[in-house]
Design a protein around this ligand. Structure first.
Ligand code: CP3
Length: 349
């Protein structure tokens, strides 16, 4: 509920299409290993998934970057791979190696995935959202998230990260009937998951489609645009007023049909997107978010300042949210993040 005593949070105002000076600011992966206080909570957890499923610890690490930097939004601390985990596919995070899953490659393995017990397994995540709702400052918005079906499906079929997505593409192109079954299950499961996050207090949703850039135009429609549109439609129908941010990372010129056909309220721009193009083609239709190269934040100095100023001067005349073009890197010095926030906050157009 909003009334005169609770003004709409800046981040949510931007998502409604308002132009704010300075624009709101948060960073993808703002909670994480670049912060010493994250590393100490992480060291006490019994692995990364345990951290995601422990409401005390997950709430604490979500709040850590807010305390330091006062970002305009908090993003729930979890991972996109809790969805396959809750569908019954074994997920492990190997120290220093990234995620490992038992690959799903045939119809027997696909049929073994199940929505039975799905919401139960994710209950600790919803508990974290509830706690965050009351713990964050009143001007800070709470973002819920999930991986988009295409990206989560690539992890499920490949059994982990991948350079060429050969197994996932082989199934999508060669056995589209099988791949569609995975995508349909993910659309349903992810929809249930996001609606529950909203019911526990998430005020906006971001869909991470990290590997959207791996697909050619014809397949992009089928595996990125269509499942995203189905998810957005469900959120808009069942929880009206909750804004959705899409992040089809690496999609290049396909950001345009993504914006035109998925129904998202905003798009997060990766570092490669030319900003004059984004301002001309995308910003008239949706709020844009992005897109500082995370490596600039590692290197810092005058090059960081110049990159921040360039993004602000090009994007902040329209609906805009300052962010990175991808997640913050582990080697980022925390004081560079402070410098970034200070500079964005000092922006007067
Ligand atoms: O943004 C935030 O602060 C919220 C938390 C968040 C994490 N992962 C925490 C995390 C979010 C939004 C994600 C999304 C995510 N997870 C994506 C999409 C965004 C992107 O980066 O492209 C993807 C592809 C994943 C899958 C994933 N999770 C990978 C590939 C890895 C290993 C990477 C690595 O750096 O080791 C993870 C683990 C992970 N997720 C960590 C964090 C903080 C590091 C785990 C640790 O502490 O050991």
């Amino acid at each position: 509920m909003t009334d005169a005593s609770t003004p709409i949070k800046p981040f949510l105002q931007s998502l409604k299409g308002n132009v704010l000076t300075p624009p709101p600011c948060w960073l993808m992966r703002q909670a994480g290993r670049y912060l010493p206080e994250y590393r100490s909570v992480r060291a006490e957890a019994n692995g990364f998934l345990d951290l995601c499923y422990s409401p005390d610890k997950a709430t604490e690490v979500t709040l850590q970057p807010l305390r330091r930097y006062g970002f305009d939004a908090a993003i729930l601390f979890s991972d996109i791979l809790v969805v396959p985990d809750a569908l019954g596919q074994a997920v492990r995070f190997q120290e220093g190696e990234g995620p490992k899953l038992t690959p799903v490659r045939d119809s027997r393995q696909i049929d073994a995935l199940t929505l039975d017990g799905f919401q139960d397994r994710l209950r600790p995540v919803f508990e974290t959202v509830s706690r965050l709702k009351t713990a964050i400052p009143t001007s800070t918005a709470l973002i819920g998230f999930a991986g988009a079906p295409w990206t989560v499906a690539t992890y499920m079929v490949e059994g982990g990260g991948s350079k060429d997505y050969l197994e996932a593409k082989a199934m999508a192109y060669g056995r589209p009937d099988l791949f569609q079954k995975i995508i349909d299950l993910l659309v349903e499961a992810t929809g249930d998951y996001l609606l529950a996050q909203i019911d526990h207090g998430a005020e906006a949703i971001q869909l991470f489609d990290s590997w959207a850039g791996a697909l050619p135009e014809d397949e992009f429609e089928k595996w990125v645009i269509s499942p995203t549109r189905r998810l957005v439609e469900r959120i808009k129908t069942e929880r009206p007023g909750i804004p959705v941010i899409g992040f089809p990372r690496g999609a290049g010129a396909l950001y345009k049909p993504f914006v035109e056909r998925t129904g998202v309220d905003a798009v997060s721009l990766d570092t490669t997107i030319p900003l004059d193009w984004a301002v001309e083609v995308l910003q008239p239709k949706v709020t844009i978010q992005g897109n500082l190269d995370p490596v600039k934040l590692v290197t810092g100095g005058p090059a960081l300042d110049a990159a921040i100023d360039r993004i602000l001067s090009l994007c902040a005349k329209g609906p805009f949210i300052f962010n990175l073009g991808h997640g913050i890197l582990q080697t980022t010095p925390p004081d560079h993040v402070a410098r970034l926030v200070e500079r964005v906050r000092a922006w007067r157009g």
